[in-house]
Unconditional design. Structure first.
Length: 394
């Protein structure tokens, strides 16, 4: 029975791992940003290698290509070389920060298209030494394994390269059929190896990223990761600087740990993290800010809607319960301080305002939502149950 359960767990983990590496659809925006940074670093190194080696290979054209096509190929090489410089420069620009996969695809497809064009212009000639160019598709397939691409991304790129190889087979009828089949089989085998490398590479990157940026107990982002993600979003799009801030603190949490033990306290933290995930909006970012404190940063600009969200979280936390070792319910309430960040503010200033509002909620009895208002001498308080769908009250 234990062996069977172990096997099932192994299968489930493998299935989840394959699902994570098959496509980027399930990747969180924060991991997508981190993967793009990682791709950009490798992309620039490979670009520089291609930039340095491409002109050197052009020297062999004098011995391999006939005079009639040498000038045309030289122009093609120049365009290819300039395109490499463009990809290298674009990978460092903010506008392309979220599009590193597209740049990687361009880097791999450019040599494939250059090879296809080379086959086309040299087709009328008998070039026994042209076999020196046949390595290009094999090199490109092998290069796929350098990047942490998803299986779908690698399959699409590998499929295009295989089509170029098929075109090479059709345009060269002098070779025996078994020779072309051997080439296609070898390319397919290399693609399989590259896909396997992509799977393990991306899976390892996901695991390391989660360990470095997520709180292991709740599964939420840690404080450092959330603040870094916010900063990266501002740098990529300064117009989206206006943010909503919710700072939340579980009331009397030390008492829960003292009376029921840290294991039950951990269950409370996990239950509250799940509650926050259920009440998050599409662009909200959640983090365990420290201890029993949690932070939500969103792009909500409507204070009334933000109050409604905060009150929904407070109400759900009041109704939430976990059971202790004796089967008895353990309940915990939450105090929330919220603020809207103005465009001219820094994040530190907005967090300070939310912290002041949270302190006010604690001082005035806990289990309530307090709204920070810059034009008021003291933060406003949203009393439990004061908010209604048709109206809001402070």
């Amino acid at each position: 029975m234990n062996c069977g359960q172990t096997l099932m767990n192994y299968i489930q983990r493998g299935s989840s791992s394959l699902s994570d590496t098959f496509s980027s659809r399930k990747h969180t925006p924060d991991f997508a940003y981190a993967r793009n940074q990682y791709l950009g670093n490798r992309l620039r190194v490979l670009c520089l290698i291609f930039i340095l080696l491409s002109p050197l290979w052009a020297l062999f054209d004098r011995f391999l290509l006939p005079d009639a096509v040498r000038t045309t190929v030289l122009w093609g090489r120049l365009i290819f070389w300039l395109a490499l410089w463009f990809i290298w420069g674009a990978s460092k620009l903010r506008i392309f920060a979220r599009h590193q996969v597209a740049l990687c695809a361009s880097l791999l497809l450019l040599p494939a298209l250059f090879y296809a064009a080379l086959l086309f212009v040299t087709a009328p000639y008998e070039l026994p030494n042209f076999a020196n160019y046949y390595f290009i598709p094999f090199l490109l397939i092998a290069t796929l394994s350098i990047f942490p691409l998803t299986l779908v991304e690698s399959l699409l790129l590998g499929g295009v390269i295989l089509l170029v190889q098929l075109y090479s087979c059709l345009i060269d009828p002098n070779q025996a059929l078994y020779y072309h089949l051997q080439e296609l089989w070898l390319l397919t085998a290399l693609l399989t190896v590259a896909l396997t490398a992509n799977h393990f590479h991306l899976n390892l990157l996901l695991r390391l990223y989660r360990q470095a940026t997520h709180d292991q107990l709740t599964g939420l982002l840690n404080r450092h990761a959330l603040l870094g993600l916010w900063q990266s979003n501002v740098e990529s799009d300064p117009r989206r600087k206006t943010q909503s801030i919710l700072l939340m603190d579980l009331d009397h949490f030390k008492k829960v740990n003292d009376e029921h033990g840290h294991a039950i306290g951990d269950k409370v933290l996990q239950a509250f993290a799940a509650l926050l995930n259920n009440h998050r909006q599409r662009h909200d970012r959640l983090a365990r800010y420290g201890g029993e404190e949690f932070l939500l940063i969103g792009d909500q600009s409507d204070l009334s809607a933000l109050q409604q969200q905060a009150e929904a979280i407070r109400s759900a936390a009041q109704a939430m319960s976990v059971t202790n070792l004796a089967g008895e319910p353990v309940r915990c309430t939450v105090s929330i301080g919220l603020t809207l960040m103005r465009p001219e503010q820094s994040l530190d200033q907005a967090l300070q305002q939310a912290d002041e509002a949270l302190y006010q909620a604690k001082r005035q009895g806990r289990n309530q939502v307090v709204v920070y208002r810059p034009d008021a001498p003291r933060p406003d308080v949203v009393r439990p149950g004061a908010l209604r769908p048709e109206a809001t009250a402070n």
